[in-house]
Design a protein around this ligand. Structure first.
Ligand SMILES: [Zn+2]
Length: 116
């Protein structure tokens, strides 16, 4: 994976740095995902995760590695079986992603300014 670079929003700094995403300690059942400018120490809040979303991500990662395994075309393999297995994994991944998205929306919504 390529290293993502960002430009600091602090006008007095404005330096470009490589994104190094960190997770903070648990506060009220949530973990802050954030990064810090290495030049001026400006703290950038990204979003919050919780045990549920991190556990779902673990499952997604696990399924993704399963998908990688089914992508290799081997001699004598059962294509239909491998293809269907892969489709099942992808379906599970999508369901998990949807679930994670809903939880993330829920735990991050409190911090948004209501505009209605
Ligand atoms: Zn900075």
């Amino acid at each position: 994976m390529a290293i993502q670079k960002v430009k600091c929003e602090n006008k007095d700094c404005a330096k470009v740095f490589a994104l190094n995403v960190k997770v903070g300690p648990e506060v009220d059942g949530k973990f802050e995902v954030y990064f810090v400018c290495p030049f001026c120490n400006k703290h950038y809040h990204a979003y919050f995760e919780n045990i549920q979303t991190m556990s779902i991500q673990d499952q997604i990662n696990e399924l993704n590695s399963q998908v990688q395994n089914t992508r290799i075309i081997k001699k004598g393999m059962n294509f239909a079986k491998e293809f269907n297995k892969r489709q099942d994994y992808l379906e599970k991944i999508n369901k998990l992603k949807d679930r994670k998205k809903l939880i993330l929306e829920k735990i991050n919504s409190k911090n948004k300014i209501k505009s209605s």
